[in-house]
Design a protein around this ligand. Structure first.
Ligand SMILES: Nc1ncnc2c1ncn2[C@@H]1O[C@H](COP(=O)(O)OP(=O)(O)OP(=O)(O)O)[C@@H](O)[C@H]1O
Length: 257
């Protein structure tokens, strides 16, 4: 049996009297798309924030590749290979696509201009960005030095996902990637998600969009009242089953798979 790449057990997070995570478990296996669904306030964001270093759980354990981890910040999680793309994208609208791809990881010029004056190797960064975007079929973007604010919502998501996929990530977490997008753009982003999986990078997809979840997910983690209620196979359950489990209208036969 394959070991989970990212694993959590018994995560607890309290905010005063509110328990956002109540002994939550989580498993992500290599190469899969795992959707995380749940009603508003079920604690999905808290779980994702704990896995990506944005929140430190009060109790419980997280393992990456079998090794216990305790991320003090999102930067630490990112350094360990966990990239999170939030719905409110952390892109800088006025900067170019290429500058956004490299934000915080810029390539400096060789020699002393780079070392002492921090001058960036723009051509190298642009070539790398172009290559990554075309690998992911995103080269409908014509000009790599075009500011991100001139892109459509779907293209922006594309840049954020390409950035996550480009830097040796081991896990990509996508928080509602299609929530603000139209039909065509959502289609592109879903294709991109499938493409990233085919490159062997597992994805955690948080979404309220059942058709999208059922189309791309290999497994669906259902979160309810601060913890994992069950994991279902989308081929064996209907969307209305999933919604019924999520809201408590129906109790799943298998509590976790
Ligand atoms: N920083 C915080 N301070 C106080 N309460 C919080 C905080 N973060 C989350 N909570 C509470 O914890 C519970 C779980 O919230 P969380 O955002 O994790 O749920 P969610 O499933 O992501 O919801 P949604 O789908 O609406 O985004 C909620 O009752 C929420 O109000």
């Amino acid at each position: 049996m394959t070991e989970p790449l990212l694993y959590a057990r018994n995560l607890v997070k309290r905010y005063g009297r509110v328990t956002a995570m109540d002994h939550a478990d989580f498993d992500l296996y290599p190469g899969e798309i795992l959707a995380v669904i749940g009603d508003n306030g079920a604690g999905k964001s808290s779980l994702i924030k704990a896995l990506s270093g944005a929140v430190q759980p009060d109790e419980g354990e997280i393992r990456l590749d079998g090794q216990p981890v305790a991320f003090a910040s999102p930067l630490e999680a990112r350094k360990a290979g966990i990239e999170t793309v939030y719905q409110t994208l952390a892109l800088s609208p006025a900067l170019s696509i290429s500058d956004n791809m490299f934000m915080g990881r810029e390539i400096q010029r060789q020699g002393f201009m780079g070392k002492w004056f921090g001058m960036l190797d723009k051509p190298a960064m642009e070539a790398f960005s172009r290559q990554k975007l075309s690998e992911l079929g995103l080269m409908t973007i014509q000009n790599i030095s075009q500011p991100v604010e001139t892109l459509s919502g779907g293209q922006r998501q594309g840049v954020a996902v390409a950035r996550a996929a480009a830097f040796g990530s081991r896990v990509i977490i996508l928080d509602e990637p299609t929530a603000a997008l139209g039909v065509k753009e959502s289609r592109r982003v879903l294709d991109l998600i499938l493409d990233v999986r085919s490159r062997g990078i597992p994805i955690v997809l948080i979404s309220h969009n059942m058709p999208h979840v059922f189309e791309v997910a290999d497994r669906i983690h259902i979160h309810r009242l601060g913890r994992r209620l069950c994991v279902i196979n989308p081929k064996e359950h209907t969307m209305s089953d999933a919604v019924a489990y999520m809201t408590g209208a129906k109790v799943p036969e298998v509590l976790a798979a």
